[in-house]
Design a protein around this ligand. Structure first.
Ligand code: MN
Length: 543
């Protein structure tokens, strides 16, 4: 009795309780009534006992129905309470977004992505625009807070993060109620942040358009475990005996090569000058080692048609004269004016073709074309300043090694072919760039704090006092580091070479130790120490 009285003191609480009891397992009745599950791919679902532990989940779906809108759904009492937000949630605290309360959806809807056919309720295409967990920042029962007309939560999604208030404004009750959605001015807030600038599914990397019209599948991607072959000795000889221009038959195709005797690299310190023929020979020879880092990934090329003494240029778009068999990838998330069609280098002939374009540096994305928002490498970049010696670089690399050992995370160093060192850490393709960047930043700041005399956190080159930078910002969409086995545009043609950790102790190690003419011997002695880590789906431990 006392218990009942206490509830009566709080009229709202008892109303909520009654509503829950009378609706029982039928909170999805409205949802089901609107849909014909013979025709829609949406789940029929059922009310489920709330998850026993962990924060409740949320999903935001981008839904191109009669009108584009975003559906914000929060797990409450075994269903997804839902609002339709025409312009989508925002991180901008200066903006209020209308949110119309709609019928509860089943929890099975959390990962629903697909096409609702014409004639069905909500016909159109749906992607999981964001998902994650949330917690209440006010009250301890979401159903009660909603009944009061104010829900204060903190989202931990990939896009939607930070504190958000949902506030009922209209008088109507139930479905069609008008609410406002407002982001707090907290440390996740971001002025002018617009949902439409982030158009891909966090589950599949697809846009709504790709869900509606799945792109025609590209020619079957080569098996990543396929053994690519370098050209045979006879084929190499054929390359060597071609004139300045000629047709080389390699990798099953005829490639027209031009200006083969053009000097691209001047000599340096006892190293010979090298021609485009040498560049082509290098890329053809390392193709079996290098293609596993390139295949399935968009690539940026840096071309130096007039040699490395003349400034080169970046080529991101597929070359206009690319042959029929070229693998292309369309970036559906590209902003207007940006590169839309990228090259994907997936066979030796493609490497020969780009070398013939005098593409000296190859920079593959750290994510794949299938999951462009999910990197498979976390990159640690030790970027020396003007006063940084290579010994300093090695000191920093050893500290990273110790830290990674301690965390039981595998990675390998590679010399850049210039003055620096990078450490490549393979990760399972489930993290966002924001997550790998934060992880590398934490690790870098830990390492940097041990040797503050070597590291600057000032990002402007002129204000770094010549100190090294631990550049975690390369872990971002569209940002890339030079590929293993790529040549660098410098006299002598130095190459970026993966090394074993113990080679850091070699007194002869320097960043540009190996040039094109040294690579065959280096490979026959040491192979590629990074190769065994390709595709290793490591989890990043909390730091
Ligand atoms: Mn909808």
């Amino acid at each position: 009795m006392a218990c009942i009285l206490r509830h009566i003191e709080s009229g709202q609480r008892i109303l909520v309780t009654i509503a829950r009891v009378t609706s029982g397992g039928d909170r999805l009745e409205v949802y089901r009534h609107k849909r014909d599950f013979e025709h829609t791919p949406e789940p029929a679902g059922r009310v489920q006992p709330s998850a026993p532990e962990g924060d409740p989940r949320f999903v935001v779906q981008r839904h191109r129905a009669r009108r584009l809108h975003y559906d914000v759904r929060l797990e409450v009492d075994g269903v997804l309470v839902s609002w339709s937000v025409p312009r989508g949630p925002t991180l901008d605290p200066a903006v209020r977004r209308l949110a119309v309360h709609v019928e509860d959806h089943p929890l099975e809807y959390l990962d629903f992505e697909g096409v609702i056919p014409r004639g069905e309720y909500g016909a159109g295409d749906v992607i999981v625009w964001d998902t994650g967990t949330y917690r209440l920042t006010k009250g301890d029962d979401a159903g009660e807070e909603m009944a009061k007309g104010e829900l204060h939560v903190e989202f931990a999604g990939q896009k939607l993060r930070g504190r958000v208030a949902l506030i009922r404004t209209g008088r109507r009750t139930g479905e069609g109620q008008q609410w406002l959605m407002v982001h707090a001015a907290d440390d996740q807030a971001e002025a002018d942040w617009d949902a439409e600038d982030h158009p891909r599914s966090v589950l599949t990397g697809r846009t709504n358009e790709q869900v509606l019209h799945p792109p025609t599948p590209p020619p079957p991607a080569p098996d990543p475990h396929l053994r690519w072959h370098a050209p045979s000795a006879a084929q190499m000889e054929a390359l060597d005996t071609l004139g300045n221009d000629g047709v080389w038959h390699v990798d099953g195709v005829d490639l027209s090569l031009t200006n083969l005797d053009k000097e691209l690299f001047p000599g340096a310190e006892g190293r010979p000058a090298l021609t485009k023929r040498d560049l082509i020979r290098h890329y053809a020879s390392v193709a079996p080692l290098m293609l596993p880092y390139l295949t399935g990934r968009p690539v940026n090329l840096q071309r130096f048609p007039d040699g490395v003494d003349v400034e080169g240029f970046w080529q991101k778009e597929v070359p206009s004269n690319a042959p029929e068999w070229w693998t292309r990838w369309h970036d559906d998330g590209a902003r207007p004016g940006r590169t839309e069609w990228y090259s994907v280098l997936d066979r030796p002939a493609a490497l020969v073709f780009t070398a013939n374009l005098a593409a000296i540096e190859l920079h593959p994305w750290t994510s794949t074309s299938e999951q462009p928002d999910r990197p498979s490498w976390a990159l640690i970049d030790i970027d020396p300043g003007s006063a940084t010696t290579f010994d300093d670089v090695v000191v920093l690399a050893r500290l990273f090694r110790t830290a990674l050992d301690h965390l039981q995370i595998q990675g390998r160093p590679k010399v850049t072919g210039q003055r620096g060192l990078q450490i490549w850490v393979p990760v399972g393709q489930r993290y966002t760039y924001a997550e790998t960047r934060r992880w590398v930043e934490s690790l870098s700041r830990m390492v940097g704090s041990l040797v503050p005399e070597l590291v600057s956190w000032n990002w402007r080159t002129g204000e770094r006092d010549g100190l090294a930078r631990l550049d975690f910002t390369q872990n971002a969409p569209h940002k890339t580091l030079v590929a293993p086995w790529s040549v660098r545009p410098a006299p002598g043609a130095p190459v970026s070479v993966p090394i074993e950790w113990h080679e850091l102790d070699d007194p002869d190690l320097v960043g540009d130790r190996w040039c094109i003419p040294d690579i065959a011997q280096r490979v026959s002695r040491c192979g590629d120490p990074l190769a065994q880590l390709i595709g290793l789906p490591q989890e990043l431990p909390a730091l």
